[in-house]
Ligand binder design. Structure first.
Ligand SMILES: [Zn+2]
Ligand SMILES: [Zn+2]
Length: 354
């Protein structure tokens, strides 16, 4: 089969490799689309790849092509989304159902071969079926949608409250939608990019705040009659939005860090003291799993995509790139700000081979 194989830093090649066979309890998926994740970029353009040669790709959709022995829940032709984490199922964290915290895990598309290929083999439970109403493009967005839902639930989330979403990227826009689905009084999305804010409104945000404007903090507070936000979800992982989370929180708020920080950061006494003075609860979120594996995050994503309540908009996709051009896709990330949204790699069809 054809695959995008990473051989070294800055060296990803479209080439022929062996087609994997499903073993006992595994399924072979004919890959349709794979999203390029922020975490894939340093694995190709930096030093974060675990080994060479490697095939990345962990946000994917496709159809079941073949099932191994003892597979009962899936059959050839089923439309599925890939679940990348393969937890050990034996450690204390796994036994408690906290699979995201497992330290002995494997991961499809970083620790074992992923879906920047025509086929990928995964354990049966790592393929979540979805209905006819859900497109294969949406199928490639399951993973970010589940990360958003896991983050929402890291706080004792209740409806009828005000919610701030910091960052209007893929995860932020799904977090906003989950907050609405579970009954938010008002959800406000904060970002610096007008196109992301427009998209947030189209996907159902109650209001948006452009953080590039000088008076944005005043506007943000006006939207809650000066009280601040009951829930604050940080989804960008940058210093500005992390600090903003401390400022926007209401008294007794819940604040959750979903975005992964990428730089050292420091707080002034005044900034940090927000947590004391407001007695807000601060927590973090990691990946998207719960018991029974892979968890309600995945089940509910399939359900709410099917009903249309979890909305999908074409402009979540920045570009579709055939697998043959995967190297060019990773080149785009070398120009800061050039990639505005998700790039989907298309593993199928003539154009996929071109
Ligand atoms: Zn990812
Ligand atoms: Zn474990």
């Amino acid at each position: 089969m054809k695959a995008g194989v990473v051989h070294a830093k800055n060296d990803i090649r479209f080439e022929e490799i062996g087609t994997p066979k499903p073993g006992k309890g595994q399924v072979k998926i004919k890959v349709k689309y794979t999203g390029i994740c922020g975490s894939d970029v340093p694995r190709v353009n930096g030093d974060a790849c675990h080994f060479f040669p490697n095939v990345l790709g962990h946000e994917f959709s496709g159809t079941v092509a073949e099932t191994g022995e003892e597979v009962t829940s899936l059959k050839p032709g089923d439309r599925v989304a890939g679940v990348p984490l393969v937890p050990c199922m034996e450690c204390e964290d796994c036994l408690r159902g906290d699979y995201s915290l497992c330290k002995h895990y494997s991961f499809i598309g970083s620790r074992e071969f992923g879906s920047f290929a025509e086929y990928v083999v995964v354990p049966e439970k790592n393929a979540v079926p979805f209905g006819e109403e859900v497109s294969f493009e949406q199928g490639a967005f399951f993973e970010p949608a589940t990360v958003a839902l896991h983050g929402l639930n890291r706080l004792n989330y209740q409806g009828g409250k005000t919610v701030a979403i910091l960052g209007g990227g893929t995860i932020g826009l799904f977090t906003m939608q989950w907050a609405k689905i579970f009954g938010a009084l008002k959800v406000v999305v904060f970002d610096i990019t007008p196109e992301r804010l427009d998209l947030a409104m189209r996907l159902g945000a109650d209001a948006v705040v452009n953080t590039g404007e000088a008076d944005y903090l005043e506007r943000a507070k006006e939207l809650t009659a000066g009280k601040g936000y009951d829930y604050v979800y940080e989804t960008a992982g940058n210093t500005v939005t992390i600090k903003m989370a401390f400022q926007l929180a209401a008294n007794k708020a819940g604040v959750c860090m979903i975005g992964t920080p990428t730089r050292e950061l420091s707080f002034s006494v005044d900034e940090w003291e927000n947590m004391n003075r407001k007695e807000f609860t601060l927590t973090g979120s990691w990946m998207s799993y719960s018991a029974p594996f892979p968890g309600k995050e995945w089940e509910l994503t399939a359900h709410y995509f099917q009903t249309g309540q979890l909305k999908f908009h074409e402009s979540l996709i920045f570009k579709k790139v055939p697998l043959a051009k995967i190297g060019e896709a990773f080149e785009l990330y070398k120009t800061p700000g050039a990639v505005k949204g998700k790039i989907l790699v298309d593993s199928e069809g003539e154009e996929g081979q071109a």
